[in-house]
Design a protein. Structure first.
Length: 660
């Protein structure tokens, strides 16, 4: 139980652990230099800017939080006490919050239904503190939007929050929806909520604190949490914590901003001539910069301010020059505010810059051509404090909760990871909801899993999981995969589970490619050989529509083709019924050939060489006219069809070589 509020084994890196009063907390921040700092052994400072998200968040939220690594079982008396203060971020030392939801601390649900809202939370409604609680009756569905879910705003502070002032928050609760549930809240020693009734969803819970809001607001928000204590059981009854429990708010004190962190990039290695080093100073609140401050370095050079005014992180840069001194460990020795430069908070109070002095162990400067010395081995990170509970719940991470896989044989990386701080625990990951047309393969051993309820080892998950789809349909089926990590102590048999998470997998219809085919000309399949004779006027009736169609807005000039047809008709040679149709096909055929489009039936390379398709058509039709003019008998439609379907071969056809 956390009874001291003392922070040890501090780590600001995402996916690591720190300890508060002996309890282990998991870091869920974006990993920025300002996301979470440790100004003193009792205080954590969180800060978020637009777009700040943890690795598992979507684009709809900003977050910087820590979460208790162990669950608290339902029906357990709990007492939580801490002090909370927001930093000014608006004009004239004011606090601005434009988020439509903003959670600062919460008792989170650890049940099997994902996406649930916390059973209770300390929130910011604009610039007012607020307590919100929720419950479902036994057997009810706690998912957001469920008709079983009851939401209660138990308290909203009538007074706006005062920036820079610490508020003592004391919570007494029993998260139970089956009897004995209660929630009491006191602020600065005065009770503002005394609720008795169902609370939560009948499942285990865990504490979270930090900053969590919807994406969209542009303001930076920074807040301090200090003296956090959390006790359970009989100790919780009447617990007041270790911090300020005064009965009335104190007059806010404007504390000068201080440097809480100094970093360098790169932080280790050897920097040679021409290399640029970026240094960042993290402050306890947002600061405004006037002029151009610089940092004094122990290699004789300076780092010049390049940006960050209006935030809690200022950036400086320096480039190694031959005039710099060789150093085994580069250090910031001070901040220069020459020529009217200043660093102040929103109220105009000058920053305390003493914390900027920092030595970067292992970052060497080699300003001369001499061989560099080996860098000092970085200090190994401190091993996190082992949690006091017999089993620590594992942490399940998902890179993307919305995936697509394309059709039969399509694959996608699930992007799932699982970690635990107790290597002795047996950790597995359970996946439910896998449809019959999908399977999951582990890169560890190539084993493929199928079925609605499958379980994999932590090693199989960490090696990489690939989902394969065999969907053959034309729809867009959606599968909802529910993933839960489970750790079991090999000695006691105790079990702890992670917060369940969901991955939505969509099988889009396979993309089809549409090929546009150029229009094809009609092919003469048969020509009538009827023996009814018609005169020239009858033939002309069929010639006229063709010329009219070919030139709808102007009279088409008479071509050699037309003249040959007319002459043949006048002589009485075009007297069979089938030629009327032949003329229509020949007109269309020669028009198509004249476009210059290559034809698949050009098979004689010698004939095609140097001759355009259009000229072949003209030559072929002239030969056809000669043949028709010289035929005093009945036209052989079979020969004509053969000639039309093999236009480029007419010059070699026997029917065109007879004497005339």
């Amino acid at each position: 139980m956390d009874t001291t509020g003392t922070i040890t084994s501090f780590s600001a890196a995402p996916k690591t652990y720190l300890s508060i009063g002996g309890d282990s907390y998991y870091v869920q921040t974006p990993g920025k230099s300002y996301s979470m700092t440790n100004p003193d052994p009792q205080t954590l400072q969180f800060s978020i800017q637009p777009g700040d998200r943890a690795w598992f968040d979507g684009s709809g939220v900003d977050r910087s939080e820590i979460m208790l690594a162990n669950y608290i079982q339902p029906g357990t008396p709990i007492a939580i006490d801490y002090q909370f203060a927001v930093q000014p971020n608006g004009p004239n030392n004011t606090f601005v919050n434009n988020a439509w939801f903003f959670v600062t601390a919460e008792m989170h649900d650890g049940g099997t239904v994902s996406g649930t809202s916390p059973p209770f939370a300390i929130e910011l409604n604009g610039d007012h503190l607020q307590l919100v609680a929720r419950y479902v009756l036994p057997g009810g569905n706690p998912a957001q939007g469920s008709s079983d879910l009851h939401n209660m705003v138990l308290w909203t502070d009538p007074n706006p929050i005062v920036p820079g002032q610490y508020y003592d928050i004391n919570i007494q609760t029993n998260v139970s929806n089956s009897g004995g549930g209660y929630l009491k809240l006191s602020v600065d020693g005065q009770q503002v909520v005394n609720y008795s009734g169902p609370l939560g969803y009948g499942s285990q819970t865990y504490w979270e604190e930090g900053l969590y809001r919807n994406a969209g607001p542009t303001e930076t928000v920074t807040a301090n949490f200090r003296n956090l204590t959390l006790v359970t059981g009989s100790t919780a009854i009447g617990w007041q914590g270790v911090g300020d429990t005064s009965t009335s708010p104190t007059t806010p004190t404007n504390v000068a901003p201080t440097v809480t962190q100094a970093t360098a990039s790169p932080g280790t290695g050897i920097a040679d001539n021409g290399d640029t080093i970026t240094m960042t100073l993290g402050f306890s609140e947002a600061v405004t910069v006037t002029g151009t401050p610089t940092l004094s370095l122990n290699d004789g050079a300076t780092a010049t301010y390049v940006g960050g005014s209006g935030t809690s992180a200022l950036t400086f840069k320096t480039t190694v020059a031959p005039t710099d001194k060789d150093t085994s460990a580069l250090a910031i020795t001070g901040v220069n505010l020459a020529s009217g430069a200043s660093i102040k908070d929103a109220s105009g109070l000058a920053a305390n810059l003493s914390g900027a002095a920092k030595t970067f162990t292992g970052l060497q400067i080699d300003a001369t051509p001499t061989a560099p010395t080996s860098p000092t081995t970085p200090t190994s990170p401190t091993t996190p404090t082992t949690p006091t509970s017999p089993v620590t719940r594992p942490v399940l991470t998902i890179a993307d909760d919305s995936l697509k896989v394309y059709g039969r044989g399509g694959t996608v990386d699930l992007g799932v990871g699982v970690t635990t701080i107790d290597t002795n625990d047996r950790v597995t990951v359970n996946i439910t909801g896998l449809p019959k047309y999908e399977s999951i393969t582990s890169a560890l051993d190539g084993q493929t899993f199928r079925g609605r309820d499958i379980t994999l080892t932590a090693a199989q998950v960490e090696s990489g999981l690939t989902l394969t789809s065999t969907y053959r349909g034309g729809g867009h089926p959606v599968a909802e995969l529910m993933l839960t990590a489970r750790a079991q102590d090999p000695v006691t048999g105790a079990v702890a589970s992670s917060v369940p998470q969901t991955i939505i997998v969509t099988d889009p219809r396979p993309t089809t490619t549409t090929t546009t085919t150029a229009p094809q000309t009609s092919t003469v399949s048969s020509v009538s050989t009827g023996s009814n004779l018609r005169g020239q006027s009858s033939v002309q009736q069929h010639v006229d529509p063709v010329t009219s169609t070919a030139a709808p807005t102007a009279q088409r000039p008479i071509t050699g083709t037309d003249q040959a047809l007319a002459t043949a008709a006048s002589a009485g040679f075009l007297t069979n019924q089938g030629f009327e149709r032949l003329q229509q096909h020949v007109e269309s055929f020669t028009s198509t050939l004249a476009t210059g489009r290559p034809q698949a039936f050009v098979t004689d390379p010698q004939l095609a060489t140097g001759t355009t398709t259009a000229s072949l058509a003209s030559q072929s039709f002239a030969l056809l006219n000669q043949y028709l003019a010289g035929n005093t008998g009945r036209v052989d439609s079979g020969q004509i069809v053969s000639a039309v379907s093999q236009a480029t071969g007419w010059a070699q056809d026997a029917i065109l070589t007879r004497p005339h």
